[in-house]
Design a protein around this ligand. Structure first.
Ligand code: IMP
Length: 425
């Protein structure tokens, strides 16, 4: 059944991140009571346009821009406390009411300054660079999996935290071997900010379960995208968490049966930032053209994104891995001026065969040649469309083909950055 309207709905990216999840969550958040982030950290940059004002949210859920909604940061997130309060205070300074609205899982791990230093140092030294955001994500999840991390709940016991942090910093300095004084100072600042965090600590699983039991509606907001998932993405060019819908339950503390809808978000074309293969990537001239049309620069790092045609092999794989009940297509308007638009339907392999399955062997993606289907463009402005019927026939044919190839029903199409620039189907 086509559904974006579950009682507990996951919103997950289905490409390499930057699909426009922030905008989709902002639109869906109007009709829910609670929005919770389930993984990642300050590597995310969710851009939301409210009237003339643009907000870029890194850790606080995109629901925060709707007054009265409760916003939670789940245990699956690695929380950069200093950045969190920078974001929190900046929102307050812009008039967003936050009192009693933000909760942070007591089970969430803290991302500390030495994780960021380790992230940068390991990228500097690596022969095979991932092209991370430099936000400390990999090292923070490594400490979590290594059972050496510091959790929000630990902040109530100063001695416990001091000991863990001393050990963590010591280990980091064995690798980085410089800047110890600066790091020590920043760690101290983080722990001071941590004291401000304690009153926000909560059990996100219990809150969400209670909300659902009383008939409230919940959105679980993913960051990054399926092709960046630690297990299902283009490993090792991935982030260090489960970005897919399966990560949502564990990332906030509810069971899979609590979730009844999964909305996948895809851009009408493809982009990627950071290293790793992009099978449908454009030639340099078209790459520049679409990057300019779509303003494709990273919201967190400002890096230019590589651009390419819509990859239905990846989108179909994402529909399966996430168990999509609905699909949201964003930035359709970016394609408005193109005379022809291509969709990759399968990959030809260098051994002479072809596949319509997204391969596990990441390196093979460097050598596959996508097989394209070319559709005529619509060459008209879609940015004012409010209903499906307002879209030009060729734009509707393009969406129909995406729906057919992915097997997921399209229920939303975004045609601009503003809240009202969305077609609900
Ligand atoms: P990390 O998450 O900073 O460790 O980066 C790992 C990979 O994920 C790199 O290729 C990043 O560019 C990419 N990445 C991380 N967060 C985002 C995001 O929010 N949007 C797009 N790419 C991201």
């Amino acid at each position: 059944m086509a559904s974006e309207n579950g009682q507990c709905t996951v919103v997950a990216g289905c490409q390499w991140g930057d699909e426009g999840k922030g905008k989709i969550v902002d639109v869906l958040a109007q009709d829910v009571d609670v929005v919770a982030r389930y993984q990642g950290g300050a590597n995310a940059g969710h851009t939301v346009q409210v009237g003339e004002r643009a907000f870029i949210l890194h850790q606080i859920p995109s629901g925060i821009l709707h007054p009265g909604k409760r916003c939670l940061i789940g245990n699956g997130v690695v929380l950069d406390v200093l950045q969190f309060f920078e974001e929190y205070d900046a929102l307050a300074a812009r008039g967003i009411e936050l009192d009693g609205r933000v909760g942070v899982s007591a089970r969430a791990h803290l991302l500390l300054p030495y994780h960021k230093a380790l992230d940068r140092a390991s990228e500097d030294r690596a022969t095979q660079k991932i092209g991370t955001t430099g936000r400390g994500i990999g090292p923070a999840y490594e400490e979590k999996a290594g059972r050496r991390g510091v959790r929000v709940a630990d902040l109530c016991c100063r001695e416990r935290v001091e000991e863990r942090v001393r050990e963590g910093l010591g280990r980091a300095l064995e690798f980085i071997a410089a800047g110890g004084d600066d790091l020590q100072r920043d760690v101290r600042r983080s722990l001071e900010a941590g004291e401000r965090l304690l009153p926000l600590a909560t059990d996100t699983g219990a809150e969400i379960t209670e909300a659902l039991a009383t008939g409230k509606r919940v959105l679980l907001e993913g960051a990054q995208g399926t092709a960046l998932d630690l297990d299902h993405g283009t490993y090792p060019f991935v982030t260090s968490s489960n970005t897919t819908a399966g990560g949502a339950g564990t990332g906030v503390g509810v069971g899979p049966t609590a979730i009844d809808a999964v909305v996948g978000v895809v851009k009408a074309y493809t982009t990627r930032v950071g290293n790793g293969p992009l099978p449908t990537g454009f030639d340099p001239e078209m790459d520049r053209h679409v990057r300019d049309l779509g303003d494709e620069y990273g919201a967190t790092t400002g890096r230019p994104r590589r651009c390419g045609w819509f990859d239905a092999v990846l989108a179909r794989y994402s529909a399966r891995v996430n168990g999509l009940t609905a699909l949201a297509v964003t930035k359709l308007d970016v394609l408005d001026t193109l005379p022809e638009i291509a969709i990759a339907t399968e990959y030809s392999t260098d051994r002479g065969g072809s596949t319509s399955n997204f391969p596990a062997d990441t390196w093979s993606l460097e050598t596959v040649s996508p097989r394209y289907e070319t559709l005529p463009g619509w060459r008209s402005d879609t940015s004012g469309a409010k209903r499906l019927a307002d879209l030009p026939r060729n734009a509707r044919a393009y969406l129909d083909r995406i729906e057919e190839l992915t097997g997921a029903p399209i229920t939303m199409v975004s045609v601009g950055t503003r809240r009202n620039q969305v077609v609900r189907i």
